[in-house]
Design a protein around this ligand. Structure first.
Ligand code: 5GP
Ligand code: MN
Length: 367
């Protein structure tokens, strides 16, 4: 492992990368936090429940310990997740809303945590700032292929439900909790349980024995899971369901290779007044169909189609997203993008559909 110029003595072969959670790495992380006077917590662009849950969980743990910390995002979290931020909304800076103030805060901080992202590029416009910053950087993440060389301390584990769960186990290994979930700040515990719940799709995928242990301990500590589930899954606007019905009824195509794909273009998103975050979960639905092996949802933006890929055991969504959609993620859940004018020269829906059909046919070995 190569060292990053100008970084202090934190980087060692032992601490540079880890696949589990050992107490000495956790102690090192806490020592780095205790020495820092301003801490920046960064997560990936288009933040989802796990990105927000892990970031808020860490922010709340650090501030309860008297540290000065802020969350820095490339773009706003969706309204559907504003219940998670609560009073901490004030501690969240959004680069797209306030570029100068946000950049200034990042530049002033002397410790950076990157959560739920495997490389600086996942923070989009913050990438350059993060790369330039000459202070210790810590990665806590559960994605494949972490860019370990850019960090001084890495907690990376892929056989785990979520970054929220990974952070939970890290905090349980800290002397502040001594393994007792009741000693976590309540709002920190709530955020972590919420993040784990969204990344597992409410316990339907990526669930490990450790995931149930976390849930069990947090329920035992009095965290109200019913309230979390109600806020996440019983709080949608009607239009999301009307749109879902329309997509499944007249938009979804199922190819001979067992790929279901749907394309939400700008016109349809406008017709149903679809907001950021409201399509979360729709891509999973076609996997319920017996002969579907992979499901893909394309969402049109100005300059691109955003791509979500989900697959069943034996088909790698991660490989498909990294080979054809400029992205990646997890084995069975990944994402990426198709750039108009580049991947699809004319940028039309028809071209995007053809691209998906031909590339997935190639990917799944059809003719
Ligand atoms: P979603 O389909 O829910 O947006 O994303 C599914 C998974 O793929 C998430 O773990 C997310 O972090 C990852 N992912 C989504 N978009 C991208 C992307 O553009 N690049 C990479 N590397 N990963 C992505
Ligand atoms: Mn995640």
């Amino acid at each position: 492992m190569t060292g990053r110029a100008g970084t202090p003595s934190y980087r060692t072969a032992r601490h540079g990368f880890m696949t589990g959670i050992d107490k000495s790495s956790v102690a090192l992380m806490l020592e780095m936090a205790s020495k820092a006077s301003g801490i920046t917590v960064v997560t990936h662009t288009r933040p989802d429940g796990d990105a927000m849950g892990s970031s808020l969980g860490l922010l709340r743990f650090l501030t309860a310990a008297g540290k000065d910390a802020v969350i820095v995002l490339n773009d706003r979290y969706p309204d559907s997740l504003s219940f998670m931020a609560g009073e901490d909304a004030e501690s969240i800076l959004v680069y797209e809303d306030e570029p100068e103030k946000t950049a200034g805060t990042v530049r002033k901080s002397d410790l950076v945590f990157c959560l739920d992202m495997n490389s600086f590029g996942r923070a989009e416009k913050l990438e350059g700032l993060l790369r330039e910053k000459d202070c210790p950087k810590i990665l806590i993440d559960h994605h494949l292929n972490p860019d370990t060389g850019s960090f001084d301390l890495v907690f990376s584990k892929t056989d785990i439900s979520s970054t929220s769960e990974l952070l939970y186990h890290i905090l349980m290994a800290a002397p502040e909790t001594g393994g007792d979930a009741r000693r976590l700040p309540v709002k920190c515990a709530e955020a972590l349980l919420t993040g784990m719940t969204t990344d597992t799709n409410n316990f339907s995928n990526s669930v490990f024995p450790s995931t149930f242990r976390m849930a069990s301990d947090l329920l035992g500590a009095g965290i109200d899971r019913n309230a979390i589930v109600a806020a996440l899954y019983c709080n949608y606007r009607e239009n999301r369901y009307r749109l879902t019905g329309r997509l499944l009824y007249e938009n979804m195509v199922i190819t001979a290779e067992g790929v279901a794909y749907m394309i939400l273009d700008k016109a349809m998103a406008a017709e149903y007044d679809i907001r950021e975050g409201e399509t979360e979960g729709i891509v999973n639905i076609p996997l319920g169909i017996k002969n579907v092996r992979m499901s893909i949802l394309l969402k049109e933006d100005e300059d691109r189609f955003r791509v979500s890929v989900r697959s069943k055991e034996g088909v790698s969504a991660n490989r498909c997203a990294s080979m054809y959609f400029n992205g990646g993620g997890h084995e069975l859940a990944a994402g990426g993008k198709l750039l108009k004018g580049k991947d699809i020269p004319d940028g039309t829906v028809r071209e995007a559909a053809e691209y998906v059909e031909t590339r997935t046919r190639e990917f799944l070995g059809g003719k």
